[in-house]
Design a protein around this ligand. Sequence first.
Ligand SMILES: [Mg+2]
Ligand SMILES: [Zn+2]
Length: 186
Amino acid sequence: MKLVILDRDGTINSDSDDFVKTPDEWLPLPGSLEAIARLNHAGWHVVIASNQSGLGRGLFDVASLNAMHAKMHKMLAAIGGRVDAVFYCPHSPEESCNCRKPLPGLFEQIGARFGVPLKGVPTAGDSLRDLQAGAAAGCEPHLVLTGKSAKGQPDGLPAGTTVHKDLAAFADFILQRAAKPLAVAI
Ligand SMILES: [Mg+2]
Ligand SMILES: [Zn+2]
């Protein structure tokens, strides 16, 4: 199974310091949904791993979160794209869970659910903690310079991190790499 794991806020949709709390506030970044659709058309399954501490902080409820994702799924379907699943951490930082990024719990849940070894699975996010979580789970880290990294990349990126302008550039990278013919030893 060809799997990529994506962060949500700041990677697929605009982030907000005030949290994204309603479907109206859920606005895709330019080209991000198309990037997911292009990955899908090349056979990649796309799954989201997202910290949603706004739930634990009482800023919105699960019904609102589901409504945001219904909007996302509908917009994706309109362009032939699909996200297979959204895994989220609902906890506030004080709850000391093991699924809030930078801890790898969400990624491990995804690997278990899909029965996929996470070693080398590409993961893209706009924050250091996204890549720390992915790298801790064995994934291949990719930073997008949108959202939290729109003003520049953070220090301390995990070894082997590849940096891309945005999710469209990440998709280009994945698709071009897959299209390269294998070297043939004679
Ligand atoms: Mg983010
Ligand atoms: Zn959690």
